[in-house]
Design a protein around this ligand. Structure first.
Ligand code: ZN
Length: 78
């Protein structure tokens, strides 16, 4: 009787470990994706209408002068 009880306990323990492992992976990738999207949120993309140059700038800025021709462009919105 005791070995059967140990087998059931082992299966329950194994399933618990498996669930904890998947929960840990889920938390790890959720945190990683959140950190990745938060890092990319601070960048704004700009397209120069005079010289056709694509560039980006950090922060929430509305207009940034072009690094090639200094023409002031507004940010691209998608
Ligand atoms: Zn330009």
């Amino acid at each position: 009787m005791l070995p059967v009880f140990d087998l059931v306990t082992g299966i329950v323990f194994f399933c618990f470990l498996l669930a904890a492992g998947f929960l840990g992976l889920w938390f790890y990738y959720d945190r990683r994706d959140h950190a990745h999207s938060a890092a990319g949120r601070g960048r704004a993309t700009f397209h120069c209408i005079r010289c056709d140059h694509l560039y980006s700038a950090r922060g929430e800025v509305a207009t940034v002068p072009c690094p090639k021709c200094a023409h002031v462009n507004s940010r691209l919105r998608f």
